[in-house]
Design a protein around this ligand. Structure first.
Ligand SMILES: C[S@@+](CC[C@H](N)C(=O)[O-])C[C@H]1O[C@@H](n2cnc3c(N)ncnc32)[C@H](O)[C@@H]1O
Length: 374
């Protein structure tokens, strides 16, 4: 088979992402198959081209639009976006960005790609608004700025240059904000005991739990995610049981657990840096549905908790609905819950819990709340 260049691998991945594949999944599988012969440096370059072009799609299309007259085939559009990303965001010298992109383009379109990228290379973009410049849908831009003001704007900009999560001492790659959640879970229950991680896949938080939790239980609703979870816990946290169940009606007895972690499904708006395509398919309408699931999961966690047990709620988003409103609504409907203060100094106070915004430490945005059942 003919060896593909970095840019050819990137163009193929971009076409699949445009068709609906998840960027992180497709990148991993492309690098494992078509990118097999690439050096480590080239693999890093493919990653930057694919993630960056996907993330900055709105800004790129704004720059390209004036030079396009007809609808483009997917491979040509992907090549043009990738070349434009290099020219306007990566500062690649024009001859390299243009020539190498043309070399990665199908013969029938080399003339077009060459002509358009040459024009793009002499453009000084003018942006109609910041949502276009920083490449977010208007609703996400407005939501962050209306909720957090200048901090919201800084958060969005920070998510365009996301953290490279580092390996933990055991080799599992995990962002720091997720580790801070587990620090709070561990610190609130130094004596350990029984714990259920109610929404556990892919297993990052379960496998980070402190040694005081002898046999954690990792619960997950989705069967195929639970199968991957099983592989992860066997490798990083042997002795963990995996249960497949809907956490809103989970198979654990009333009042039986020392601790429950609800790391709930959420809009993920604090993790847009790590998931480059997410901003283009998350919908505002989904937030209300997520809020009801989050509340149902917390109610179920409360049912399973023994008096004196600790309930931790975390989400990698920073919307008011999924943080303040869920936690305050839940606290108000369970008077026997005592709010616990978070210990880590990285948390900004948020209602009775805490939040880390993406630009605070260059991590995912994360919010957390903790209660003790009286
Ligand atoms: C934010 S992710 C959890 C991340 C995980 N705690 C970690 O740190 O690796 C949320 C997970 O909850 C699962 N989930 C969604 N709805 C659920 C439900 N009703 N019951 C249990 N799990 C659910 C999703 O499939 C997803 O795997």
């Amino acid at each position: 088979m003919k060896k593909l260049t970095s840019r050819q691998v990137a163009v193929q991945a971009l076409i699949e992402i445009e068709e609906g594949a998840r960027a992180n999944d497709i990148l991993a599988s492309s690098l494992a198959s078509t990118g097999e012969g690439l050096s480590a440096r080239d693999r890093g370059f493919v990653t930057e081209l694919v993630q960056g072009t996907t993330r900055m799609r709105r800004a790129i299309d704004h720059v390209l639009q004036p030079f396009l007259r007809r609808k483009l085939d997917p491979d040509v559009r992907a090549a043009l976006r990738m070349g434009t990303h290099q020219l306007i965001h990566l500062g690649t010298p024009p001859h390299a960005a243009v020539n190498d992109t043309v070399a990665a383009t199908a013969k029938r379109a080399t003339g077009l790609v060459n002509a358009v990228l040459r024009k793009v290379s002499s453009v000084h973009p003018e942006w109609p608004n910041e949502a276009t410049r920083y490449s977010y849908p208007d609703w996400i831009w407005d939501l962050f700025v209306n909720t957090w003001g200048q901090d919201g704007r800084a958060s969005l900009i920070a998510m365009n240059s996301p953290e490279r999560p580092s390996p933990r001492p055991d080799g599992y790659i995990q962002g720091r904000a997720s580790r801070w959640v587990i620090d709070e879970v561990d610190n609130a229950s130094p004596e350990g005991g029984s714990i259920v991680d109610l929404c556990a896949a892919p297993g990052g938080k379960t496998t980070a739990l402190g040694a005081q939790w002898i046999s954690p239980v990792a619960n997950e609703i989705d069967r195929s995610r639970a199968e991957n979870l099983l592989g992860v816990v066997s490798r990083f946290r042997p002795g963990t049981a995996v249960v497949i169940s809907d956490g809103t009606s989970a198979p654990f007895r009333d009042g039986s657990l020392d601790a429950v972690l609800v790391d709930a499904p959420c809009s993920g708006l604090g993790a847009l840096g790590r998931r480059s395509d997410a901003r283009w398919h998350i919908s505002e309408a989904a937030i209300n549905r997520l809020v009801s699931t989050q509340t149902a999961l917390l109610d179920e966690a409360f049912r399973m908790l023994r008096p004196g047990g600790v309930l931790s709620y975390s989400v990698c988003t920073v919307t008011r609905q999924e943080t303040i409103e869920v936690s305050e609504g839940f606290g108000a409907s369970h008077r026997e819950l005592l709010n616990l203060a978070l210990e880590g100094s990285h948390w900004r106070p948020l209602s009775q819990g805490g939040v880390v915004l993406p630009h605070d430490f260059g991590t995912d945005g994360m919010a957390m709340f903790q209660w003790k059942r009286q």
